[in-house]
Design a binder for this molecule. Structure first.
Ligand SMILES: Cc1c2[nH]c(c1CCC(=O)O)Cc1[nH]c(c(CCC(=O)O)c1C)Cc1[nH]c(c(CCC(=O)O)c1C)Cc1[nH]c(c(C)c1CCC(=O)O)C2
Length: 354
C-alpha cells in the first residue's frame, strides 16, 4: 500500500496528537467543508449530497474548499457518518433543511436480519478512493483526517430514522431489546474497525470517531452503551494495523455531551479527546492527565458574535488549554449561517494567541 504521497509540510496537528512540540497551535473546524461556504452551496446546487460523497472528484473539491480560504492545519475528507448504515443496505436520503431521513428505519429486532454488514467495507471503497486522491491533491499542505460515526450514534439514526430530540425509540431498544441492542452495536463496531483500517490504508493520517449522540445518555448509560464499543474500536484498529506493520495513526474520540466522563474517556485508548463547549479547559486537563491531547471547544454559536468578541474568546480559550497537547477546534460542527469572517478571525486568533 505504498502510495508515494507528497511529503507533509505542516504536521502540527499530528505532533500535537502525539504530544510533541508544535510551531503553532494547530486548528481545524468540524464541518469546515459545509454550507456556510458559498462555493459548497454551488456544488450542492448541481449534485445530491451523497453523490458528492460517492464521487471522489467532488468529495475532494469540497474537502479543498475551506483550505483555499483559511490557514487551517488539517483537512477532513468530505463524507458523512451515515454511509455505514447505507453500506448495510439501508436507504438514507439527505433532505435540505431537514437533515438525514431513513424511509425504513429499524423497528424491531427482526429488522436486524435485513442488515448486510458483510461486504460493507467494500461498498465504502469510494471513501478510500477519495482519501487517496485527496492526499495527492493536498500535496502535503496539511494532514488528511478520516472519520466514522460511533456505534451508539449510528444505532440512534438507524432506529429513529433521522435526527431526534429525545432518542425515545433508540432508548426503548436499550431497555426492551437489550441483547439485540448489543448485537447491533457489536455489528457496527466491527464494521467501523474495518472501515477505519481501510481509510488508513487509503491514506488517512489521523481518524476521528464521532459519538455525537452521547449527549442523550446519562453517565451510567454512556459507560454501558458507548464505552465498551469505543474501547474496542481503538484497541482493534491499533492491533489490526500493528499486525500488518502499518504505522499507527492518532485517534480522536468526540463524545459530545460526555464531559461527565473525561477521566473514563482517557482510558479508552484514544490519543485525542475532543470536547464540547460545556467543558472547562483547565478542568478537562485535570480530569484526563498529561498524556492525552485535548481538542476543542469554542461554542459554534460564538461565531455569530463580533470579530472582536470572537478574537477575545478564542484567545482566552487557547491560553487556558496551552500549547502542549492541544488542537483548537469548535465544540461541535460549524453552522450554516456562520459569517466567513468569523472563521478567518477564529483561525487567526488561535495562531496568534501564544
Ligand atoms: C451526526 C453527524 C452526521 N454527520 C456527521 C455527524 C457527526 C458530527 C456532528 O455531530 O455534527 C459528520 C460529518 N458530516 C459531514 C462531515 C464532513 C467533513 C467536515 O467538513 O467536517 C462530517 C465529519 C458533512 C455534512 N453532513 C451533512 C451536511 C449538510 C447537508 C447538505 O449539504 O445538504 C454536511 C456538509 C448533513 C448531515 N449529516 C448528519 C446530520 C445530522 C446532517 C444534517 C444536519 C446538518 O445539515 O448539519 C449526520
Amino acid at each position: 500500500i505504498e502510495q508515494n504521497f507528497p511529503a507533509l509540510k505542516n504536521d502540527n496537528v499530528l505532533k500535537a496528537a502525539r504530544g510533541e512540540p508544535v510551531d503553532r497551535v494547530p486548528v481545524w473546524v468540524m464541518r469546515q467543508a459545509g454550507r456556510y461556504l458559498p462555493e459548497f452551496q454551488e456544488v450542492r446546487k448541481e449534485h445530491d449530497f451523497f453523490t458528492v460523497c460517492r464521487t471522489p472528484e467532488l468529495a475532494c473539491e469540497v474537502t479543498m474548499q475551506p483550505l483555499r480560504r483559511f490557514d487551517l492545519d488539517a483537512s477532513i475528507i468530505f463524507s458523512d457518518i451515515l454511509v455505514i448504515p447505507q453500506a448495510f443496505g439501508m436507504t438514507v436520503e439527505m433532505h435540505p433543511g431537514v437533515g438525514p431521513v431513513f424511509p425504513e428505519p429499524l423497528q424491531t429486532p427482526a429488522d436486524l436480519a435485513k442488515l448486510k454488514p458483510e461486504g460493507a467495507v467494500e461498498r465504502l471503497s469510494y471513501v478510500g478512493d477519495a482519501i487517496t486522491m485527496m492526499r495527492h491533491m493536498l500535496d502535503g499542505k496539511v494532514p488528511l483526517l478520516g472519520f466514522t460515526g460511533a456505534p451508539w450514534t449510528l444505532m440512534g439514526y438507524m432506529i429513529e430514522g433521522g435526527g431526534s430530540k429525545t432518542m425515545s425509540k433508540a432508548k426503548a431498544w436499550l431497555k426492551n431489546y437489550t441483547d439485540d441492542s448489543k448485537k447491533l452495536l457489536d455489528m457496527l463496531a466491527s464494521s467501523i474497525v474495518d472501515y477505519l483500517e481501510m481509510q488508513v490504508k487509503a491514506g488517512a493520517q489521523m481518524v476521528q470517531v464521532f459519538e455525537s449522540s452521547a449527549e442523550h445518555l446519562s453517565k451510567e448509560e454512556f459507560l454501558t452503551w458507548c464505552a465498551p464499543y469505543l474501547k474496542d474500536i481503538a484497541s482493534k484498529l491499533k492491533q489490526r494495523l500493528s499486525e500488518q506493520n502499518i504505522p499507527l495513526v492518532p485517534m480522536t474520540i468526540f463524545a459530545k455531551g460526555a464531559g461527565h466522563s473525561l477521566a473514563e474517556q482517557a482510558t479508552f485508548g484514544y490519543d485525542v479527546i475532543s470536547l464540547d463547549w460545556t467543558v472547562d479547559p483547565e478542568e478537562a486537563r485535570k480530569q484526563v492527565g498529561p498524556n492525552i491531547t485535548l481538542q476543542g471547544n469554542l461554542d459554534p454559536q460564538d461565531l455569530y458574535k463580533t470579530p472582536e468578541e470572537i478574537r477575545e474568546l478564542a484567545t482566552t480559550m487557547v491560553r487556558k488549554f496551552g500549547k502542549t497537547r492541544y488542537i483548537a477546534n469548535l465544540g461541535h460542527g460549524i453552522t450554516p449561517q456562520t459569517p466567513i469572517v468569523s472563521m478567518e478571525v477564529f483561525v487567526d486568533a488561535v495562531h496568534k494567541a501564544l
